[in-house]
Design a protein around this ligand. Structure first.
Ligand SMILES: C[S@@+](CC[C@H](N)C(=O)[O-])C[C@H]1O[C@@H](n2cnc3c(N)ncnc32)[C@H](O)[C@@H]1O
Length: 250
């Protein structure tokens, strides 16, 4: 996939089409994590900033922020937010050995989800390289466990209506339309786009290999209506989630 073209095409309808993590984060954990790591003497990079949804949270709490994205059209929208301590730059963050300024904090929300697995690893290493020693990265990643759990819930809900798994309409499982190898690698189709999803132990392995210490793997939980059309009102926790990885460069 050509990411630049893809994201520039989506840019005009970005707010309608793309899931808003900040708005959907049920327990409002992201602002609390920013507060934990922020400081008015600290610098930060937002890797894959999109149209700048993190800026209202990050800009007032950091000295300077470098916001990077592959899409010039999304960067234009981000610039319109008017934050004077945010510098915007177009960059392909999957390029191997990218040279970036050293910062205290890195944020990256739902970007490291390329179906070409090596691109994800290059990007994690670029984040590691950009951090000062002792710096922290906060990274949001799609969860494979959550995708499987949501499908399990769907089958269970159909069961309550007397529908056997074999009679559930095929379109309900359009997420898992890749071959066996794709599914085992966590490639789940979101709105027709193959999207890498992660298991928690896999996160432990790949972040360690990139040189990070993982200090916490938390959940950003969302309402059931983000996964199911018309979920019953009684359907509660466990909710669907993305992983929130807090990790440190030693
Ligand atoms: C799902 S959006 C998330 C945007 C933002 N982090 C947020 O949470 O609102 C994914 C973002 O990654 C950017 N992106 C995709 N591939 C990229 C690449 N190779 N290099 C830099 N940015 C990329 C897209 O342009 C888009 O802004």
């Amino acid at each position: 996939m050509n990411e630049k073209k893809h994201w520039n095409r989506i840019a005009p309808s970005y707010n309608d089409e793309i899931f808003d993590v900040f708005q959907s984060d049920k327990k409002k954990k992201l602002p609390r994590y920013f507060k934990k790591h922020a400081g008015l003497d600290k610098t930060a990079i937002d890797f894959g900033c999109g149209n700048g949804k993190s800026f209202p949270y990050m800009a007032p709490q950091f000295k300077e922020i470098l916001a990077l994205d592959i899409s010039a059209d999304l960067l234009k929208q981000a610039k319109q937010r008017g934050y004077t301590n945010v510098e915007l730059k177009q960059e392909d963050l999957t390029r191997k050995n990218l040279v970036l300024p050293n910062v205290d904090f890195a944020f990256c929300c739902n970007v490291i989800m390329f179906p070409v697995i090596e691109k994800n690893l290059f990007m994690i290493k670029n984040i590691h390289r950009a951090l000062k020693t002792g710096g922290t990265a906060l990274i949001v990643l799609p969860s494979l466990d959550s995708a499987l759990f949501s499908s399990w819930r769907l089958i269970e809900l159909y069961g309550r209506e007397g529908v056997k798994p074999s009679d559930i309409p095929a379109h309900e499982f359009h997420y898992f339309k890749g071959n066996k190898r794709d599914i085992l690698q966590g490639i789940v189709h979101i709105d027709g786009v193959p999207t890498k999803h992660y298991m928690e132990p896999e996160i432990q392995v790949i972040f360690k290999e990139a040189g990070f210490s993982v200090t916490k793997v938390d959940k950003l939980e969302y309402d059931w209506n983000t996964e199911l059309t018309s979920p019953p009102p009684w359907l509660e926790a466990p909710y669907p989630w993305d992983w929130l990885v807090e990790c440190k460069k030693n």
